[in-house]
Design a protein around this ligand. Structure first.
Ligand code: UDP
Ligand code: MG
Length: 316
């Protein structure tokens, strides 16, 4: 039985995978404990899964989990966690941005009694202005909602078995791993690391993808936007009543009330706010809709039996 499971979500990482494993394997061997590496192929289209299978053929520590399509990194991590057999699991990216040299420090902190070991970014590495700005805004909002500092956090973590079991038992479908780990609590330690540049391949994130991801996580974790809408509604109603009283007063004194543009402006502002409020409510409605469906987080392709017909080959 492995003591340590290393979970690596992979989406189109074929160019980096051999180098990643070549760097990771000696580090894990140096730990002197039974381990497994779970390579979770998240519906790659560049043959990552086949490359992983070929590597696993020569190394019994490697295990390949194939998802049936691209479910996203969160789902890939959840698939890895549900398959992990170790007494602890490390989650790390497969593009060498999470340096393998940090792994022994995570394990040392776990051996010292920590149940969650967060690798925190000491340096953020190279990021575009838009990426940095949206990450900052997201971390602020999320941090306020959960009363937790997400600024330097990453998905690079070690979790003890007790934590893995609690996270696996949480019922929600929409998962924000970093948030869930912060939410469950447990004895937590930190290990600093510097984000390395990508060893090859491309990031799977588009700017729009990042925005969608942030909105989805915010909505799944906090009702703060809903409450903000309610609060704004109260304030606007209050202002409207004041304005109404003032208008009546002016009318009572016999002064003509004019201001066609004021009317248009208030209609526009109110209309805009109502649409915004409706939009926020719809976001929650769609989040509830996703949860109610109770679909699994991911679908794993069953390994084909070794003597199965090779359907990809030519038919004799
Ligand atoms: N990843 C994944 N599924 C996805 C997108 C990414 O499993 O849909 C994996 C990817 O292969 C990598 C990790 O998640 O191992 C981090 O992804 P990426 O490097 O694209 O994100 P970034 O480091 O730019 O935030
Ligand atoms: Mg990366």
């Amino acid at each position: 039985m492995p003591e340590l499971s290393v979970i690596v979500p992979l989406h189109n990482e074929r160019p980096v995978l051999p180098q990643f494993l070549a760097e990771l394997t000696p580090v894990l061997q140096g730990l002197d404990l039974p381990y497994e590496v779970l390579l979770v192929d998240d519906g790659s289209s560049d043959g990552t899964a086949d490359a992983a299978d070929a590597l696993a053929h020569d190394d019994p520590h490697l295990c390949v989990i194939r998802l049936t399509r691209n479910f996203g990194k969160e789902a890939a991590m959840a698939a890895g966690l549900s398959a992990a057999a170790g007494r602890a699991a490390i989650l790390m990216d497969g593009d060498l941005q999470h340096p393998v040299s940090v792994v022994p420090q995570l394990v040392a902190a776990w051996r010292d009694g920590a149940e969650v070991v967060n690798a925190v970014k000491e340096a953020r590495g190279r990021e575009g202005v838009a990426y940095r700005l949206s990450a900052w805004a997201f971390n602020r909002l999320m941090g306020a909602a959960l009363r937790h500092d997400f600024d330097r956090e990453s998905d690079f973590k070690l979790l003890d078995r007790s934590v893995i079991d609690v996270i696996a038992s949480l019922p929600e479908r929409t998962r924000f791993f970093r948030g869930l780990v912060a939410w469950v609590g447990f004895r937590t330690a930190q290990v600093p690391f510097a984000v390395a540049p990508r060893a090859g391949g491309h990031t799977s994130w588009s700017p729009l993808g990042l925005v969608t991801y942030s909105v989805r996580n915010l909505v799944s974790f906090t009702s703060l936007p809903l409450r903000l809408v309610a609060a704004t509604g109260f304030v606007v109603t209050g202002l409207g009543m004041l304005l109404g009283a003032q208008t009546l007063w002016t009318w009572a004194r016999g002064l003509a009330v004019d201001g066609f543009s004021t009317t248009i402006l208030s209609v526009l502002i109110m209309g805009g706010f109502q649409l915004l409020a409706l939009g926020v409510v719809s976001l929650y409605l769609s989040a509830i809709y996703e949860e109610v469906k109770q679909r699994p987080l991911f679908v794993v392709r069953k390994p084909e039996p070794p003597d199965s017909e090779d359907r990809s080959g030519p038919v004799a």
